[in-house]
Design a binder for this molecule. Structure first.
Ligand SMILES: NC(=O)c1ccc[n+]([C@@H]2O[C@H](COP(=O)([O-])OP(=O)(O)OC[C@H]3O[C@@H](n4cnc5c(N)ncnc54)[C@H](O)[C@@H]3O)[C@@H](O)[C@H]2O)c1
Ligand SMILES: [Zn+2]
Length: 402
């Protein structure tokens, strides 16, 4: 039966009424081989029609994806025709700048909103966005604030977004020259991880996603970590186990969001940000010459070495993490990492972004993270220098590092 219709009670003379409540959400994740080919039905099924008339659907596309896949516009067109009795694809496919450029100009958001408005999109319409994590973030932000939320279906086109950010419940753009300064928490309507959409990705960007897979494996799943260590060749050659690793990494993110108890990051710990206090700093110190995935690999390596020096992680595990990242060609050298004191400022930026006291995740063992609230700066500098040496060796010898 329904719950009592009476309002929550407070004491007669009380001026406070505190009520805890929960929101039911569904997170939909699909895996396809060719979403605009043989698996088109999967996407069509996500775009449910609402209230007896076909929903309005608008497609948004990363310009660099389009550059490499000029056929995509036609494929979207064919998809629209194939399912025209189920939903209306409105307007032309919209193209936006790829990479961080789309997040660095806040006026682009206003232009997106104008396009939504002119297409009469409403809260039961769908925005389907195809692109890297940056484009998903920016279009996702505009979708979240228009009408207080238009349904968003993400088709991530990088391994990083398929294994990590595309599954998340955040969006943002950069403001005041700070990463992700405005944004919202918002559960996407659905996410489709499609193999074919990764085909045009450069080898460098393809490898980058696996630093997030290493990260989530270190936090949650020793088996997955072993699998990644054994599959570095598969990953470099884009075959074999790499699809399974993306899938398992995405599933762990999904599990963390839906079962971890803190999808909107209200608590102080952010375990999925392992290695990210320095990674974010390295991205900006390198003026984004380092990719997010490369910066994360360096950040994970630094916190792993620190964990071994200060928090009881065994040295052999720390060595295997560095070896694995090295074999993936992810520990690339960059002068930014030599700016040690500037790098350490990342700790304070990380604290400020969250508010409250500093909380950083470290590792006691693979699958056994711990939260700490202070950092020994001398030990951290030793860890940074150790990783710096590894990156130097790697870039000198590894043909995959550029
Ligand atoms: N919302 C979150 O929870 C979250 C989490 C982590 C990272 N992020 C954000 O994600 C962004 C990084 O995303 P990314 O690593 O996916 O990189 P990206 O979006 O910056 O893409 C890298 C480059 O590859 C291009 N590209 C993308 N897919 C392609 C394809 N299939 N073929 C050819 N070119 C392609 C892009 O246009 C871009 O130039 C950052 O802005 C980061 O802040 C968000
Ligand atoms: Zn990340």
């Amino acid at each position: 039966m329904n719950e009592s219709p009476s309002p929550p009670q407070s004491d007669a003379d009380s001026t406070s009424l505190d009520v805890d409540f929960q929101i039911a959400c569904r997170h939909r994740l699909r895996f396809t081989d060719d979403v605009f080919g043989k698996d088109a039905q999967v996407l069509a099924d996500l775009l449910e029609s609402s209230e007896g008339r076909g929903a309005r659907v608008q497609f948004w596309l990363d310009e660099h994806v389009l550059e490499h896949r000029p056929d995509l516009k036609n494929q979207i067109h064919r998809f629209a025709r194939q399912f025209r009795d189920r939903f209306d694809v409105v307007g032309n496919t919209q193209v936006v700048p790829g990479g961080e450029a789309v997040k660095n100009d806040v006026h682009i958001i206003e232009r997106m909103l104008k396009v939504f408005h002119e297409a009469d999109l409403d809260r039961r319409s769908y925005i389907v966005v195809i692109g890297g994590g940056a484009v998903l973030d920016a279009v996702g932000f505009a979708a979240a604030i228009a009408h207080r939320g238009i349904r968003l279906v993400r088709l991530p086109t990088t391994t990083l977004a398929q294994a990590d950010s595309g599954i998340g419940v955040k969006n943002s753009v950069n403001l005041f020259q700070k990463k992700n300064w405005i944004g919202t928490f918002c559960v996407p309507w659905g996410v489709v991880n499609d193999k074919e959409l990764l085909s045009s990705l450069s080898d460098r960007d393809f490898r980058c996603g696996f630093s997030e897979a290493v990260k989530v494996a270190l936090l949650k799943d020793p088996e997955l970590f072993r699998l990644i260590c054994q599959s570095t060749e598969d990953i470099r050659t884009r075959q074999g186990n790499c699809w399974r690793i993306i899938r398992e990494s995405a599933a762990w993110h999904m599990q963390h969001i839906t079962r971890g108890g803190d999808p909107f990051e209200m608590q102080e710990a952010r375990p999925l940000d392992y290695g990210h206090w320095s990674a974010h700093r390295l991205e900006s110190l390198s003026e984004f010459e380092l990719r997010h995935g490369e910066a994360v690999a360096i950040g994970v390596a630094i916190d792993t070495v620190y964990s071994a020096r200060v928090h009881g992680l065994s040295e052999s595990v720390a060595d295997s993490v560095l070896n694995c990242l090295n074999e993936l060609g992810l520990l690339v050298s960059h002068p930014a990492i030599q700016q040690e004191q500037q790098l350490l400022k990342g700790l304070e930026e990380f604290r400020q972004h969250l508010g409250g006291r500093l909380t950083v995740t470290m590792l006691n063992d693979v699958g056994s993270p711990l939260n700490i609230h202070s950092i020994d700066h001398e030990e951290m500098l030793v860890a940074v220098r150790h990783v710096m040496e590894s990156t130097r060796q790697n870039s000198a010898t590894d043909p995959h590092s550029t």
